[in-house]
Design a binder for this molecule. Sequence first.
Ligand code: ATP
Length: 335
Amino acid sequence: MTTAVSFQNVSRHFGAVRAVDDVTLDIAPGEFFAMLGPSGSGKTTCLRLIAGFEQPSSGHIEIFGTTAEGLPPYRRNVNTVFQDYALFPHMSILDNVAYGLMVKGVARAAREAKALDALDLVELKGFEGRRPSQLSGGQRQRVALARALVNEPKVLLLDEPLGALDLKLREQMQVELKTLQRNLGITFVFVTHDQGEALSMADRVAIFNNGKIVQVGAPQEIYERPRTRFVADFVGSSNVLPPDFAGKTGAPARWMSLRPEKITIAVGGTPAKAHSVAAKVTSVHYQGAVTRVNTDAGGQAIAVAAPSSFGLIAIGDEVTLSWPADALHAMEDEA
Ligand code: ATP
């Protein structure tokens, strides 16, 4: 089957900087694919390579079976939604959305009809006569989306498109984007450094570090079975236990990840033989539904996410932490 986007050993170097370093990757048609990683890890450069704003230093890129090298952006059937939306302030919303079609030479009546359809898709019908400054941040974001969708791209590239929105609006847009993507069946490639966003929206997530993809998988797989310490740490603040500590708790002496929400905390008590340790509470952070309790287990820091209904717990309390054997996940030795 044709892949939507295929990278074969793709690198992009800027002088000595290996922004993208030997990346091989297949994205399926209709997939919602997230690129997740810290700042400077190469996500945006990958997106720009797909869009055609950058050319690979080496390697090969295909978009729906067509070689991308040498193809200019406008011949790629790909559109980008940028973080700052890049709307034209002096144009109406309708003209903003119809702009791409105007450049392509589509006649006024046809392009305006298509622009209205696109505005309808993002639930902005009735706003076509306004200027961007007369819209809220979330509405501007939708205009940017409509402006990309009106070109009927096969691949939509989204570069941190929700970054400028406040938390509540961002969560609402996450749901809307996912629904829109499912209904349209377009391949979405989404760049973010927000793990919650990637995990909640994407079919698959690629974790970037230093220009390389460290792991690709379904959100659950990435979260439950991180391949390396970096992934465990980056995707949702896991406890990373070194081999000697893991060995002392009855687990194999390997690097292990242990999710804070899988740990049971009890005040006092005596640790069981395996998968249990005595610890002392070092800080308590109430976060609404859960309370994060940081503890010290003989020099090893272990964080616990306990339901807030658990009750009172205070700094200095002696506690027993325990977890089911399958809460531990062994990782590769590389950092
Ligand atoms: P962010 O989340 O901060 O946007 P990113 O993961 O998208 O980060 P990139 O923008 O892809 O990272 O950058 C990867 C690396 O390549 C960085 O070290 C960056 O400084 C460098 N880089 C990107 N573009 C250029 C350029 N045009 N010239 C020189 N270096 C560049």
